[in-house]
Design a protein around this ligand. Structure first.
Ligand code: NDP
Length: 400
């Protein structure tokens, strides 16, 4: 009964396609559209051979609102799952408004010509979605996404007041390449090479890139050097949970990765402006993407785990308490199930679960929402059923 359009046929789009096909009672008709139709066709063929489910495909330039409008008008979906790039968020939201379709994404809008991301651009759509009686669900991947729902779950069940939030993101996997990024290289390099930023006592504190770091122990993995970086869910979480005195985001990086990143930056290959080359204009980071391994192809030899969660300190019944909620995901298991590595898997599964929440009426309302504003319970219940079980630890040493 529910028609959806998936936009984007990369690593995350592949996982969403598999997951909607596995849940064909909820997702009764699916159209997978992307810039390169042959990629959609290959995914649809794989999905059909594994689950016997047919999926329509189409070519679309998601930077082009009239093209999107024509596609949505002809298919008439209830929801668009946007797993293209953050650059396309606003055009897809515009098209959804024009046709009267609900919207979900996994990453907040970034302009192409400025390595800068914040929710203001998408929050500015609040009135338009409200007036249209449509729902826009922002940031429904793992981080943002599950980490935001973990925080909402902690607030609902385990704390009267949360004071300190540390989101910890560890990729302890090994793909066997000297250097590769786990999702779109352009977006990934822009994200990890920016200045650090965290929330403390009502204001943002900026740091040099990777200035604050320490080893943290991850369950079943052990100690990994972890670095404070800015991550987009902090912006909405400190707004929605105003008792937080401090909120930080930690990500693990290997020395080899950081060395490559430094060289890439120092030689100008991370530049996002156009340069003249042989009479042609090219953007260095886009050229770099073309020569780096495709994140979607890393899965085959990827071993190890990701471990992402929230470490929280606060007050319950007048007593101080600590709480850690996390998921560990195996790259090998993700590959066996969907042909992609764990980072695509941990993003695509929550996007699908968020879509299920909307289509089954658990989540909804008119306006633009970050996922921590919804009821966390049905989402986390379904997340565990769909391949991402989660675990809780109480009153442990958070190391932070
Ligand atoms: P990929 O680069 O693998 O895939 C992106 C897909 O979008 C490609 O198929 C690409 O087409 C398509 N696309 C790009 N531009 C357009 C356009 N103008 N019109 C139509 N299609 C377009 O990226 P990922 O799958 O790794 O990531 C997808 C999204 O997930 C990104 O927004 C990323 O930031 C987000 N993400 C979120 C995470 C989270 O936890 N919240 C974690 C990881 C990723 P083509 O194949 O032709 O290049």
């Amino acid at each position: 009964m529910s028609k959806v359009v998936i936009i984007g046929a990369g690593g995350v789009g592949t996982v969403v396609a598999h997951k909607v096909a596995q849940n064909s009672k909820v997702f009764t008709e699916v159209l997978l559209a992307s810039r390169t139709k042959s990629k959609c066709d290959a995914i649809a063929a794989d999905v059909q051979s594994r689950y016997g489910v047919t999926m329509q495909t189409a070519q679309v330039d998601a930077d082009n609102v009239p093209e999107l409008v024509a596609l949505l008008r002809s298919f008439q979906p209830k929801l668009v799952i946007n797993v293209a790039l953050p650059y396309q968020d606003l055009t897809i939201m515009d098209a959804c408004l024009e046709v009267g379709v609900n919207y979900l994404d996994t990453a907040n809008y970034e302009p192409k010509d400025e390595a800068h991301f914040e929710y203001s651009w998408q929050w500015a759509y609040q009135d338009k979605f409200k007036k249209a009686g449509l729902t826009a669900i922002l940031g429904c991947g793992f981080d943002p996404g599950v980490t935001s729902v973990f925080t909402a779950y902690a607030a609902k069940h385990h704390f009267d007041e949360m004071h300190y939030l540390d989101i910890v993101d560890c990729n302890a996997g090994d793909h066997g390449k000297a250097f590769a990024t786990n999702f779109n290289p352009e977006i990934n390099i822009r994200e990890v090479s920016q200045r650090g930023k965290y929330w403390e006592n009502g204001k943002w504190v900026e740091t040099e890139p990777h200035e604050i770091h320490k080893p943290l122990n991850y369950p079943e993995i052990g100690p990994k050097e972890s670095y404070v970086i800015y991550h987009e869910e902090l912006e909405s979480l400190v707004k929605n949970f105003p008792t937080l005195k401090r909120a930080r985001f930690w990500m693990t990086f290997g020395q080899e990765y950081l060395t490559h990143l430094r060289v890439i930056q120092n030689i100008g290959m991370a530049r996002i402006d156009e340069v003249e080359y042989n009479g042609q204009k090219i953007v260095p980071i886009q050229f770099l993407k073309a020569v780096l391994p495709n994140p979607g192809d890393l899965g085959e030899n990827y071993t190890g785990w990701t471990s992402i969660g929230c470490r929280i300190k606060g007050i319950k019944n007048g007593e101080e308490k600590t709480y850690y909620i996390y998921n560990n995901c195996s790259h090998e298991e993700a590959y066996k199930e969907t042909g992609t590595q764990g980072v695509s898997y941990t993003t695509g599964v929550p996007a699908t679960v968020g879509a299920m929440m909307f289509l089954t009426g658990e989540w909804g309302g008119a306006g633009v929402f970050n996922v921590e504003e919804f009821n966390p319970d049905p989402f986390l219940h379904e997340l565990a059923q769909q391949g991402l079980p989660w675990h809780e630890l109480h009153n442990i040493d958070l190391e932070l």
